[in-house]
Design a protein around this ligand. Structure first.
Ligand SMILES: [Zn+2]
Length: 477
């Protein structure tokens, strides 16, 4: 993964291609910087497979330290585990009472199935106005834009009221144990948790643009199937734990939880381009599940943000071909909506297992570490700044506050009482379904136009939000 020496040569060519492609359309110097830096971050291939020694975000930290060198921003590096480096850049404000703003960009990426890609995942090439590679959407695009805005603010000398903190953090893709979780636990204050921006917003739903205001929680459960070991030649009448585990997994996967139609769901349905009949069905708890296909590529997302979901993702049983296993295990990924708790997860699992559930049945349910959903308000100074930056670029669009189904670093901010939003701004070809299909998917890519929209909007939000009272900024007030 770390063949950075070979990529130096192959990267130059595509970058040159980019410049020619994009100057013809819209590449401002600011956008060109994002494109170039994004390519560098992709090529560093900080692949986090969940093991402590993977990721090696030290490479992206070094690239960013170099990029911001001489800008005047202070930098502090933290390394909770060898190679798992986060770089925290601070541009000091002049008013100690003014609220700070944190830009939280993770620098790790998820692994690839290289044989399913139609281009090299870690070349960071730019072809026809598109930057291609692992991390182009999640979220090196935004991390690069954050770095460019931070450097601009630091070098311009424009006075800020509050501090601007750009946190380029490790390990988001495996739960942030060596990133934001560690930083907020062991170095409180290093990344201020009053106001923060991070990933996954700025997508188009009909004539609306999304801002992510919250994310689902989690309550993983382990199902342990107790059978009786025996000889594989004597299957008749055996209590085969592999089969019990498989049965439990199928029951959990097939279980339908009741949809929750909150205000965000209603707004999402209202904004989606649908027939009146489809809209009515999606707002009826009895008909919603069957109507999900009406949402097209956004159907899976729609299901996730309207239901407690159960996904049995790990099955383990047996060790030898001629031995009937006495124990099986199913790890179920359970995601909670706002207001739901571990009790809701347990109730859903019990209902799914039916007569398989202990104590009467052979399957025991063990609880894992739970986490509540987290939501920030869809109003307030930072939210309003986001709305202003979105509508300045898409004047006929309204902002749609949305939940995200996965976890992000925003939760560490919300858990400490701050507000956090998933922000970016994509060109109008990007709906939630297209974004989700490439997010962690094959052939991940982003268009240069979306990078331009993102970096310009982010710059406006940062300078507007941190402007000293009375100062005029490009964002206005
Ligand atoms: Zn991400």
């Amino acid at each position: 993964m770390s063949s950075s020496s070979t990529s130096t040569v192959s990267t130059r060519t595509p970058i040159r291609t980019t410049t020619t492609t994009t100057t013809s359309t819209s590449a401002s110097p600011r956008t060109a910087q994002v494109v170039s830096l994004l390519g560098d971050l992709i090529r560093n291939a900080c692949v986090n497979d969940g093991t402590p020694d993977s990721g090696q975000e030290v490479r992206n930290a070094r690239t960013l330290v170099q990029f911001l060198a001489g800008s005047g921003a202070e930098v502090e590096l933290v390394e909770p585990h060898p190679g798992r480096v986060s770089a925290i850049f601070t541009v000091r404000g002049t008013d100690p009472d003014a609220p700070p703003l944190s830009l939280i960009g993770h620098t790790d990426v998820v692994p690839v199935d290289e044989e399913n890609w139609s281009f090299a995942p870690f070349a960071g090439e730019v072809v026809d106005g598109v930057v291609r590679g692992r991390g182009a959407l999640d979220m090196l695009n935004l991390t690069a834009a954050m770095a460019v805005v931070t450097r601009e603010v630091a070098t311009s000398g424009t006075p800020l009221a509050g501090d601007l903190v750009f946190a380029a953090v490790a390990d988001e893709e495996a739960g942030s144990r060596f990133g934001m979780d560690w930083i907020t636990t062991h170095r409180p204050g290093l990344v201020p948790t009053e106001n923060a921006l991070t990933e996954s917003g700025g997508l188009h739903v009909g004539s609306h643009v999304t801002v992510t205001v919250g994310e689902k929680g989690g309550a993983p459960r382990r199902l342990v199937a107790h059978g009786r070991g025996g000889h594989g030649s004597l299957p008749w009448g055996a209590a085969n734990a592999a089969l019990l585990a498989a049965d439990a997994a199928l029951r959990v996967a097939g279980h339908r939880t009741r949809p929750v139609l909150d205000a965000r769901w209603r707004a999402f349905v209202a904004a989606s381009p649908l027939s009146e009949a489809a809209r009515a069905a999606l707002l009826d708890p009895e008909r919603l599940d069957d109507a999900l296909p009406e949402l097209g590529t956004s159907a899976r997302f729609g299901h996730a943000v309207s239901h407690l979901t159960l996904s049995p993702n790990v099955l383990r049983s047996g060790s030898k071909g001629n031995v009937i296993p006495g124990r099986g295990q199913v790890d179920v990924d359970i995601r909670l909506l706002p207001g739901q708790t571990g009790d809701d997860a347990d109730a859903a699992v019990a209902a799914a297992l039916g007569d398989l559930a202990a104590p009467a049945g052979p399957v025991e349910v063990l609880a894992g570490p739970a986490r509540d959903a987290s939501v920030s308000p869809d109003h307030g100074r930072l939210y309003d700044a986001l709305v202003g930056a979105v509508t300045a670029r898409f004047p006929s669009s309204e902002v749609l506050p949305l939940l995200t189904s996965g976890g992000t670093d925003a939760r560490f901010v919300r858990e400490r009482g701050g507000v956090a939003y998933g922000f970016a701004l994509f060109s109008d070809a990007w709906d939630v379904g297209r974004f989700r299909s490439l997010f962690h998917g094959d052939d991940e890519q982003v268009d240069v136009e979306s990078l331009r929209l993102t970096v310009d909007a982010l710059s406006e939000v940062v300078t507007g939000f941190l402007a000293p009272v009375g100062a005029t900024t490009e964002a206005g007030r």
